[in-house]
Design a protein around this ligand. Structure first.
Ligand SMILES: Cc1ncc(C[n+]2csc(CCOP(=O)(O)OP(=O)(O)O)c2C)c(N)n1
Ligand code: SF4
Ligand SMILES: [Mg+2]
Length: 281
Protein backbone atom coordinates (compact mmCIF):
# COMPACT_ATOMS: atom_id res chain seq x y z
CA UNK A 1 0.00 0.00 0.00
CA UNK A 2 1.26 3.50 -0.82
CA UNK A 3 1.08 6.00 2.01
CA UNK A 4 1.66 9.73 2.16
CA UNK A 5 3.78 10.42 5.22
CA UNK A 6 2.70 13.72 6.85
CA UNK A 7 5.15 16.47 6.03
CA UNK A 8 6.76 14.50 3.20
CA UNK A 9 6.23 15.40 -0.44
CA UNK A 10 6.82 11.88 -1.76
CA UNK A 11 4.64 8.86 -1.08
CA UNK A 12 6.22 6.21 1.14
CA UNK A 13 5.58 2.53 0.64
CA UNK A 14 4.80 0.53 3.76
CA UNK A 15 2.74 -2.40 4.91
CA UNK A 16 -0.39 -0.94 6.47
CA UNK A 17 -3.08 -2.52 8.55
CA UNK A 18 -6.57 -1.10 8.17
CA UNK A 19 -7.87 -0.43 11.69
CA UNK A 20 -11.25 1.02 10.87
CA UNK A 21 -13.27 1.75 7.80
CA UNK A 22 -16.49 3.68 8.06
CA UNK A 23 -19.23 1.62 6.43
CA UNK A 24 -20.61 3.41 3.36
CA UNK A 25 -24.13 3.04 4.74
CA UNK A 26 -23.17 5.42 7.56
CA UNK A 27 -23.70 8.79 5.94
CA UNK A 28 -21.01 11.44 6.13
CA UNK A 29 -22.67 14.21 8.10
CA UNK A 30 -22.22 15.99 11.38
CA UNK A 31 -24.20 14.72 14.33
CA UNK A 32 -27.11 16.36 16.11
CA UNK A 33 -26.53 14.20 19.20
CA UNK A 34 -25.05 15.78 22.34
CA UNK A 35 -21.34 15.16 23.04
CA UNK A 36 -20.85 11.66 24.46
CA UNK A 37 -24.33 10.40 23.59
CA UNK A 38 -24.55 6.65 22.98
CA UNK A 39 -27.04 6.77 20.09
CA UNK A 40 -24.24 7.40 17.59
CA UNK A 41 -22.40 4.26 18.69
CA UNK A 42 -25.51 2.16 18.18
CA UNK A 43 -25.98 3.71 14.73
CA UNK A 44 -22.41 2.78 13.83
CA UNK A 45 -22.87 -0.82 15.02
CA UNK A 46 -26.03 -1.12 12.96
CA UNK A 47 -24.22 0.23 9.91
CA UNK A 48 -21.42 -2.30 10.38
CA UNK A 49 -23.76 -5.26 10.89
CA UNK A 50 -26.05 -4.36 7.97
CA UNK A 51 -23.01 -4.02 5.73
CA UNK A 52 -21.44 -7.30 6.89
CA UNK A 53 -24.72 -9.13 6.20
CA UNK A 54 -25.18 -7.34 2.84
CA UNK A 55 -28.51 -5.95 3.99
CA UNK A 56 -28.61 -2.19 3.29
CA UNK A 57 -30.39 -2.53 -0.07
CA UNK A 58 -33.03 -4.85 1.45
CA UNK A 59 -33.65 -2.99 4.71
CA UNK A 60 -36.73 -1.01 5.67
CA UNK A 61 -36.10 0.57 9.07
CA UNK A 62 -38.61 2.29 11.32
CA UNK A 63 -37.44 5.45 13.08
CA UNK A 64 -38.69 6.41 16.55
CA UNK A 65 -39.79 9.63 18.13
CA UNK A 66 -37.11 10.74 20.59
CA UNK A 67 -33.53 11.84 20.14
CA UNK A 68 -33.04 9.16 17.45
CA UNK A 69 -35.89 10.57 15.37
CA UNK A 70 -33.26 11.59 12.82
CA UNK A 71 -31.77 8.08 12.50
CA UNK A 72 -32.74 8.28 8.84
CA UNK A 73 -30.27 11.14 8.39
CA UNK A 74 -27.35 8.89 9.37
CA UNK A 75 -28.12 5.46 7.91
CA UNK A 76 -28.50 5.17 4.17
CA UNK A 77 -31.34 2.64 4.16
CA UNK A 78 -35.06 3.07 3.51
CA UNK A 79 -36.84 4.45 6.58
CA UNK A 80 -40.41 4.99 7.70
CA UNK A 81 -41.07 7.40 10.55
CA UNK A 82 -43.48 5.96 13.12
CA UNK A 83 -45.59 7.95 15.57
CA UNK A 84 -44.32 7.72 19.15
CA UNK A 85 -44.35 4.10 20.39
CA UNK A 86 -45.83 2.67 17.21
CA UNK A 87 -42.67 1.40 15.50
CA UNK A 88 -43.55 -2.31 16.07
CA UNK A 89 -47.02 -1.76 14.56
CA UNK A 90 -45.58 0.07 11.56
CA UNK A 91 -42.96 -2.67 11.17
CA UNK A 92 -45.70 -5.30 11.29
CA UNK A 93 -47.45 -3.58 8.40
CA UNK A 94 -44.22 -3.46 6.42
CA UNK A 95 -43.56 -7.13 7.13
CA UNK A 96 -47.00 -8.10 5.88
CA UNK A 97 -46.79 -6.21 2.59
CA UNK A 98 -43.06 -6.71 1.93
CA UNK A 99 -42.30 -10.26 3.12
CA UNK A 100 -38.90 -10.19 1.40
CA UNK A 101 -37.70 -7.03 3.19
CA UNK A 102 -35.32 -6.93 6.15
CA UNK A 103 -37.35 -5.05 8.78
CA UNK A 104 -35.69 -3.18 11.61
CA UNK A 105 -37.08 -0.98 14.38
CA UNK A 106 -35.10 1.50 16.48
CA UNK A 107 -36.69 2.88 19.66
CA UNK A 108 -35.75 4.60 22.89
CA UNK A 109 -37.02 3.58 26.32
CA UNK A 110 -39.70 6.27 26.57
CA UNK A 111 -40.87 5.21 23.13
CA UNK A 112 -40.71 1.41 23.57
CA UNK A 113 -41.24 0.86 27.30
CA UNK A 114 -43.79 3.59 28.04
CA UNK A 115 -45.79 5.05 25.18
CA UNK A 116 -45.50 1.95 22.98
CA UNK A 117 -45.76 -0.80 25.60
CA UNK A 118 -48.78 -2.38 23.94
CA UNK A 119 -47.21 -2.38 20.48
CA UNK A 120 -43.95 -4.02 21.52
CA UNK A 121 -45.65 -6.67 23.69
CA UNK A 122 -48.06 -7.73 20.96
CA UNK A 123 -45.49 -7.67 18.17
CA UNK A 124 -43.33 -9.93 20.33
CA UNK A 125 -46.29 -12.15 21.24
CA UNK A 126 -47.11 -12.59 17.56
CA UNK A 127 -43.50 -13.48 16.90
CA UNK A 128 -43.29 -10.83 14.20
CA UNK A 129 -40.22 -11.47 12.12
CA UNK A 130 -38.59 -8.14 12.89
CA UNK A 131 -35.36 -7.08 14.57
CA UNK A 132 -35.93 -4.53 17.32
CA UNK A 133 -33.16 -2.25 18.59
CA UNK A 134 -34.05 -0.77 21.97
CA UNK A 135 -31.81 2.03 23.25
CA UNK A 136 -32.36 2.29 26.99
CA UNK A 137 -30.84 5.45 28.47
CA UNK A 138 -33.20 5.48 31.44
CA UNK A 139 -34.78 8.80 30.59
CA UNK A 140 -36.85 10.78 28.11
CA UNK A 141 -33.82 12.46 26.56
CA UNK A 142 -35.36 14.50 23.79
CA UNK A 143 -38.06 16.26 25.78
CA UNK A 144 -35.88 17.49 28.63
CA UNK A 145 -34.96 14.54 30.83
CA UNK A 146 -38.24 13.35 32.34
CA UNK A 147 -38.59 10.03 34.18
CA UNK A 148 -39.13 6.92 32.04
CA UNK A 149 -40.28 3.46 33.20
CA UNK A 150 -36.60 2.47 33.03
CA UNK A 151 -35.36 5.28 35.31
CA UNK A 152 -33.42 3.87 38.27
CA UNK A 153 -34.80 4.11 41.81
CA UNK A 154 -33.45 7.29 43.37
CA UNK A 155 -32.52 8.81 40.01
CA UNK A 156 -33.22 12.52 39.75
CA UNK A 157 -35.00 13.63 36.60
CA UNK A 158 -36.93 16.77 35.73
CA UNK A 159 -40.15 14.98 36.71
CA UNK A 160 -38.66 13.21 39.74
CA UNK A 161 -36.52 16.04 41.15
CA UNK A 162 -36.12 14.31 44.52
CA UNK A 163 -35.24 10.98 42.96
CA UNK A 164 -37.50 8.17 41.78
CA UNK A 165 -39.48 6.89 44.73
CA UNK A 166 -40.93 3.38 44.30
CA UNK A 167 -43.86 4.12 46.60
CA UNK A 168 -44.96 7.00 44.39
CA UNK A 169 -43.58 6.15 40.96
CA UNK A 170 -43.25 2.38 40.86
CA UNK A 171 -40.24 0.26 40.01
CA UNK A 172 -38.06 0.20 36.89
CA UNK A 173 -39.23 -2.23 34.22
CA UNK A 174 -36.88 -4.84 32.78
CA UNK A 175 -38.94 -5.03 29.65
CA UNK A 176 -36.53 -7.21 27.68
CA UNK A 177 -36.82 -9.94 30.34
CA UNK A 178 -40.61 -9.59 30.22
CA UNK A 179 -40.65 -10.00 26.44
CA UNK A 180 -38.21 -12.91 26.58
CA UNK A 181 -40.87 -15.08 28.26
CA UNK A 182 -43.03 -15.00 25.14
CA UNK A 183 -42.60 -18.02 22.84
CA UNK A 184 -42.70 -15.76 19.78
CA UNK A 185 -39.43 -14.15 20.90
CA UNK A 186 -36.57 -15.98 19.24
CA UNK A 187 -33.84 -13.85 20.75
CA UNK A 188 -33.58 -11.26 23.51
CA UNK A 189 -30.31 -9.81 24.77
CA UNK A 190 -28.94 -6.79 26.59
CA UNK A 191 -25.63 -5.11 25.91
CA UNK A 192 -24.16 -1.69 26.47
CA UNK A 193 -22.10 1.05 24.86
CA UNK A 194 -20.23 1.60 28.15
CA UNK A 195 -16.75 0.59 26.93
CA UNK A 196 -14.96 -0.91 23.95
CA UNK A 197 -15.20 -4.63 24.89
CA UNK A 198 -18.88 -4.19 25.70
CA UNK A 199 -19.45 -2.45 22.37
CA UNK A 200 -17.96 -5.50 20.62
CA UNK A 201 -20.33 -7.80 22.49
CA UNK A 202 -23.27 -5.52 21.70
CA UNK A 203 -22.39 -5.73 18.01
CA UNK A 204 -22.39 -9.54 18.18
CA UNK A 205 -25.88 -9.40 19.74
CA UNK A 206 -27.16 -7.10 17.00
CA UNK A 207 -25.70 -9.40 14.37
CA UNK A 208 -27.33 -12.45 15.91
CA UNK A 209 -30.69 -10.63 16.07
CA UNK A 210 -30.39 -9.81 12.37
CA UNK A 211 -29.35 -13.35 11.42
CA UNK A 212 -32.41 -14.73 13.21
CA UNK A 213 -34.67 -12.66 10.97
CA UNK A 214 -32.72 -13.79 7.90
CA UNK A 215 -33.25 -17.40 8.97
CA UNK A 216 -37.01 -16.89 9.41
CA UNK A 217 -36.83 -16.96 13.18
CA UNK A 218 -39.30 -14.98 15.26
CA UNK A 219 -39.07 -11.61 16.93
CA UNK A 220 -35.57 -10.59 18.04
CA UNK A 221 -34.74 -7.72 20.37
CA UNK A 222 -31.45 -6.23 21.50
CA UNK A 223 -31.50 -3.72 24.34
CA UNK A 224 -28.53 -1.35 24.32
CA UNK A 225 -27.94 0.29 27.70
CA UNK A 226 -26.86 3.79 26.75
CA UNK A 227 -25.99 7.09 28.35
CA UNK A 228 -27.64 10.48 28.27
CA UNK A 229 -25.02 12.82 29.78
CA UNK A 230 -27.26 15.85 29.38
CA UNK A 231 -30.37 14.27 30.89
CA UNK A 232 -28.35 12.66 33.68
CA UNK A 233 -26.59 15.94 34.52
CA UNK A 234 -23.14 14.38 34.06
CA UNK A 235 -20.09 14.79 31.90
CA UNK A 236 -19.74 12.14 29.19
CA UNK A 237 -17.05 10.34 31.22
CA UNK A 238 -19.10 10.42 34.41
CA UNK A 239 -22.07 9.06 32.50
CA UNK A 240 -20.04 6.10 31.20
CA UNK A 241 -18.91 5.27 34.77
CA UNK A 242 -22.53 5.51 35.90
CA UNK A 243 -23.55 3.22 33.04
CA UNK A 244 -20.95 0.60 34.01
CA UNK A 245 -21.95 0.81 37.68
CA UNK A 246 -25.54 1.33 38.85
CA UNK A 247 -27.18 1.00 35.44
CA UNK A 248 -25.61 -2.38 34.62
CA UNK A 249 -26.33 -3.51 38.20
CA UNK A 250 -30.02 -2.80 37.64
CA UNK A 251 -30.09 -4.19 34.10
CA UNK A 252 -27.85 -7.27 33.86
CA UNK A 253 -25.98 -7.77 30.61
CA UNK A 254 -26.11 -10.88 28.45
CA UNK A 255 -28.31 -13.07 26.31
CA UNK A 256 -31.66 -13.53 28.05
CA UNK A 257 -33.11 -16.02 25.60
CA UNK A 258 -31.91 -17.57 22.36
CA UNK A 259 -34.43 -20.05 20.98
CA UNK A 260 -32.31 -20.86 17.95
CA UNK A 261 -31.51 -19.44 14.60
CA UNK A 262 -33.70 -21.29 12.17
CA UNK A 263 -37.19 -21.21 10.74
CA UNK A 264 -38.49 -23.78 13.23
CA UNK A 265 -38.20 -21.16 16.00
CA UNK A 266 -41.05 -19.13 14.54
CA UNK A 267 -44.47 -19.73 16.11
CA UNK A 268 -45.99 -19.96 12.65
CA UNK A 269 -43.91 -23.08 12.11
CA UNK A 270 -46.01 -24.73 14.81
CA UNK A 271 -43.28 -25.87 17.17
CA UNK A 272 -42.99 -23.11 19.76
CA UNK A 273 -46.59 -21.96 20.05
CA UNK A 274 -49.04 -24.27 18.26
CA UNK A 275 -52.16 -22.61 16.91
CA UNK A 276 -55.49 -23.99 18.24
CA UNK A 277 -57.22 -26.29 15.80
CA UNK A 278 -60.54 -25.09 14.38
CA UNK A 279 -62.95 -27.94 13.64
CA UNK A 280 -64.83 -25.80 11.09
CA UNK A 281 -61.66 -25.07 9.12
C1 LIG B 1 -47.70 10.20 21.71
C2 LIG B 1 -46.55 11.11 22.09
N1 LIG B 1 -46.27 11.33 23.39
C3 LIG B 1 -45.24 12.13 23.75
C4 LIG B 1 -44.48 12.74 22.79
C5 LIG B 1 -43.36 13.64 23.19
N2 LIG B 1 -42.07 13.01 23.13
C6 LIG B 1 -41.27 13.13 22.07
S1 LIG B 1 -39.76 12.41 22.28
C7 LIG B 1 -40.20 11.93 23.84
C8 LIG B 1 -39.22 11.20 24.73
C9 LIG B 1 -38.49 10.12 24.03
O1 LIG B 1 -37.71 9.43 24.96
P1 LIG B 1 -37.00 8.09 24.54
O2 LIG B 1 -37.90 7.26 23.73
O3 LIG B 1 -36.46 7.47 25.78
O4 LIG B 1 -35.84 8.57 23.58
P2 LIG B 1 -34.49 9.35 23.93
O5 LIG B 1 -34.75 10.76 23.49
O6 LIG B 1 -34.21 9.20 25.38
O7 LIG B 1 -33.48 8.66 23.08
C10 LIG B 1 -41.49 12.31 24.16
C11 LIG B 1 -42.16 12.05 25.44
C12 LIG B 1 -44.79 12.51 21.45
N3 LIG B 1 -44.07 13.05 20.46
N4 LIG B 1 -45.84 11.71 21.11
S1 SF4 C 1 -30.51 14.46 25.22
FE1 SF4 C 1 -29.47 12.58 25.85
S2 SF4 C 1 -30.18 10.95 24.42
FE2 SF4 C 1 -30.65 12.96 23.52
S3 SF4 C 1 -28.90 13.43 22.18
FE3 SF4 C 1 -28.52 14.42 24.17
S4 SF4 C 1 -27.32 12.90 25.32
FE4 SF4 C 1 -28.27 11.82 23.60
MG1 LIG D 1 -34.56 7.47 26.53
Amino acid sequence: MTLHTPGSATPATAAARLIYHKPDVLLDRSTHYCPGCGHGIVHRLLAEVLTELDLPAHTIAVAPVGCAVFAYDYLNVDFVEAPHGRAPAVATGIRRVRPEAFVLTYQGDGDLAAIGTAEIVHAAARGERITAIFVNNGIYGMTGGQMAPTTLLGQRTTSSPNGRDAALMGYPIRITEMLAQLPGVAYAARGTVADVPAIGRLKAMIKRACQIQLNSGGFAIVEALSNCPVGWGMTPLQSLEHLKGPVVDAYPLGVIVDRGLGADTHPAAGTACPAPSHPEA
